[in-house]
Design a protein. Sequence first.
Length: 132
Amino acid sequence: MAGEEDLQKLLGGMHPVLNPGRYVYCTLPAKIPSGLRPIVTVTEAEGPTVVVAQEEADSLGLRYDYVAAWITLQIHSALEAVGLTAAVATRLADHGISCNVVAGFHHDHLFVAADDADRALAALRGLAAEQA
């Protein structure tokens, strides 16, 4: 099934869902340790970056600075859709909330500061309601 490309339909139909738990960004000097279960992996010249559950990072002694909440936009957005990331990031920025966006095949995922999770959900739900 193809994802939605129409921005108004994407915004009006998105249902932001807060995933349980707290998540952290960790950078590793080499390969990803065996048994580590990252939510997101990005390969960079400096070494891999992973987003993992905070308790998993703590149990492995991984260093991190940023503790995030994970919000999934429950609408199947097409990877070639234009404007969704910009609209969401702008709305959150208007509320003083930073976000890190990761696109999956089916959904877009936002990592916001854990303390901003409820405000982010409210802002995103407001954006969706304006388009519906």
